[in-house]
Design a protein around this ligand. Structure first.
Ligand code: HPA
Ligand code: ZN
Length: 332
């Protein structure tokens, strides 16, 4: 297989800032803090974890190294530079106010410092590589509705032109989407566009509930909608965009391998689909690898990837002017 999709222009809508932390940077930050990283790395250039529950735990451990603004600014710059080296021209990054101040709930001033640092990191990466970044703060489902509402308040108050959306990650098997309706309403009222993780470790009912109760316009993952043909039809009819992360799904065991992944079937049914990496070093992936694997397994080529880029551009939460500039770069 020719690994030649690196330079193809890509838009990435689903990536978690701390989940993308380069292990080498985490080592440096840990060394500066004199903190132990025993058992954190897997010897293959990624982080060590064994199932979804453990993944979320290790994710929290990695995030803890990036609470200080000096660290989070370097992180944003590194993550965006790495993405740009993989042909990404536009990226929406999930930020987590609860990971910045994990003890008692999202703290306004800690979050504002974090956001300022991450913004400066993004500006450095943009200046060096041309990649364009926007942010989507989110809540962590397992922390419950009160923490989510607090995170939404903190996020909405610190809204900048780069903060374009609101989302929810974490363990879909905990609570129900409706429990988080107040947080999503608050975010929507503040002018943030909405997305939520669903249909990854939850089935079709979880996707339906995110649409009905949270009024999201995109779904993070959403792939398990494939288990219910009427839901697939609804997604296609309503033009809901799925932020699909095939390598993540395979790594976490949602599907046994790439060949079993429903992305081509969802596309075939007319559902709007995009491709992202989610948490690249946790899943030993990059955007280049996702595209190489999609070519190898699904036979996707230039035309499909171009369509996916346009779908992502349509579904992006940035302003029309930014979209027009990105469109021009795609057309070049
Ligand atoms: N699912 C749920 N929560 C997450 C993920 C994911 O894939 N990545 C980071 N937090
Ligand atoms: Zn995710």
């Amino acid at each position: 297989m020719a690994s030649d999709w690196r330079d193809f222009p890509k838009l990435e809508l689903h990536l978690h800032l701390e989940g993308a932390a380069p292990p080498a940077l985490t080592r440096q930050i840990a060394a500066q803090k004199g903190a132990s990283t025993d058992g954190l790395f897997d010897g293959a250039g990624g982080y060590a974890w064994d199932d979804f529950t453990d993944f979320l735990k290790v994710y929290d451990q990695v995030a803890a190294f990036y609470q200080a603004p000096e660290a989070s600014g370097r992180l944003a710059e590194a993550v965006l530079s790495e993405a740009a080296a993989n042909g990404v021209i536009y990226m929406e990054i999930f930020l987590s106010p609860d990971h910045v101040s994990p003890a008692g709930g999202a703290d306004q001033s800690a979050w504002e410092e974090h956001l300022a640092a991450v913004t400066e990191g993004a500006e450095r990466a943009e200046a060096a590589t041309g990649i364009v970044a926007r942010f989507i703060p989110l809540c962590v489902r397992g922390l419950g509705p009160e923490r989510a509402l607090r995170a939404a308040q903190v996020a909405a108050r610190a809204k900048t032109e780069r903060v374009v959306g609101w989302g929810m990650a974490g363990d879909e098997r905990e609570y129900k989407p409706v429990d988080f309706a107040p947080a999503f309403q608050l975010a929507a009222d503040a002018g943030l566009r909405l997305t939520a993780h669903a249909g990854e470790f939850g089935g079709p009912e979880s996707v339906r509930a995110a649409l009905d109760d949270l009024r999201v316009e995109r779904i993070g993952h959403g792939v398990r909608a494939i288990e219910d043909p009427s839901l697939v039809e609804r997604l296609a009819d309503e033009g809901v965009t799925l932020e699909v992360n095939p390598g993540s799904n395979v790594a976490l065991g949602v599907y046994p391998d790439w060949a079993a992944h429903p992305l081509p079937r969802l596309r075939g049914a007319g559902v709007k689909t995009t491709i992202s990496t989610d948490d690249p070093p946790f899943f030993h992936t990059t955007m280049t690898r996702e595209y190489d694997m999609a070519e190898k397994t699904f036979g996707f080529g230039k035309e499909v990837f171009r369509e996916i880029a346009e779908t992502a551009l349509d579904a992006a939460f940035c302003d029309a002017e930014t979209k027009a500039a990105l469109k021009a770069r795609l057309d070049r």
